[in-house]
Design a protein around this ligand. Structure first.
Ligand SMILES: O=P(O)(O)OC[C@H]1O[C@H](O)[C@H](O)[C@@H](O)[C@@H]1O
Length: 301
């Protein structure tokens, strides 16, 4: 649908407006008294969240990001689904599943009496998705902009067998200087170190970044805090439906190797992801549904 058609059907004056974004991909711009957000209808991906009074976006998007059908947009909050990371069956299917690089449909919008604005996007199975993954499904993302940004990813299993999925709200947070940022809430938590052959280690103290990092934390607390002394803020990340969290920074070499990421941009971002990753997988009964969610807010420090 064109932005004009979407505005006629789902737009909310001054609060939800659809427009053409980079690469001609349609974006939704949400605004409420507590902040503003941008959501790409392509990939069902939040690209920006700026709470009122914050000078800096909470989300990082690469200057080199591709906005092109079939490609993933590097930054914001990509949706990894129905698997996280490499193809779990080794069949050569794309990393992080197949919904972060396709168009989603707008299926709903509303504004609550309290003033929060909500946008709903969805993907359902087609002949093409069934080639990649045989199950019938409806996947929905609900983005609610209010006093915080709340994102929920809802999987409905429409097939007549149970399905097992992995997934992530793969959030790229923007930081003033990753060398000075730290993640609080993972102290003493066991993690799988993907950069050290997948061995399990225990987090000693808060998470700081001084080199490449790619870790799946198992059974983390519900709330993590990303402290950023440069931007003088703390980002509170509250997840639900998740029993793992991924922390990732590509650092120098991986940054240089990625075509859609600037060589020095690793200094300005840190991924703290709300996941069902590694051994944290979710089984959904026939006709059942599962919700994975995250709530993000910033505090001045
Ligand atoms: O480059 P992408 O396919 O978007 O993946 C980016 C990163 O996503 C996650 O954080 C994984 O744990 C990393 O292993 C991966 O490098």
């Amino acid at each position: 649908m064109t932005p004009e058609q979407l505005n006629a059907e789902f737009g909310i004056a001054e609060h939800l407006v659809f427009c053409d974004g980079p690469g001609g991909l349609v974006q939704a711009r949400l605004a409420c008294p507590w902040g503003a957000a941008v959501v790409s209808t392509y990939a069902g991906q939040v690209l920006s969240y700026v709470p009122a009074g914050e000078a800096q976006d909470l989300l990082f998007v690469s200057e080199q990001a591709a906005y092109q059908d079939g490609k993933a947009i590097k930054g914001g909050m990509p949706v990894c689904w129905p698997w996280f990371g490499p193809d779990p069956q080794g069949l050569g299917r794309p990393q992080h599943g197949f919904v972060r690089n396709r168009q989603w449909q707008v299926t709903g919008s509303d504004r609550s009496a309290g003033g929060a604005v909500r946008l709903v996007l969805a993907v359902t199975d087609t002949d093409e998705t069934r080639q990649l993954w045989p199950s019938a499904f409806a996947l929905r993302i609900e983005v609610t902009l209010g006093q915080a940004l709340q994102v929920e990813l809802i999987t409905e299993n429409h097939s007549d067998a149970a399905v097992e999925i992995g997934q992530a709200l793969h959030t790229y947070f923007k930081v003033g200087d990753v060398n000075r940022a730290r993640v609080v809430g993972l102290e003493g938590v066991t993690y799988i170190d993907k950069l050290d052959g997948g061995v399990e280690k225990v987090q000693n103290g808060t998470v700081t970044v001084s080199g490449p990092l790619d870790r799946i934390y198992l059974e983390p607390g519900q709330e993590l805090v990303l402290e950023d002394p440069v931007f003088e803020r703390a980002i509170r990340i509250r997840s639900n439906g998740s029993r793992s969290a991924v922390v990732w920074n590509p650092w120098v070499e991986q940054a240089a190797a990625m075509g859609d990421f600037g060589d020095l941009e690793y200094l300005q971002m840190l991924c703290v992801e709300t996941t069902n990753a590694g051994p944290d997988r979710v089984s959904i009964a026939p006709g059942g549904a599962y919700r994975l969610g995250v709530d993000i807010r910033a505090e001045r420090t």
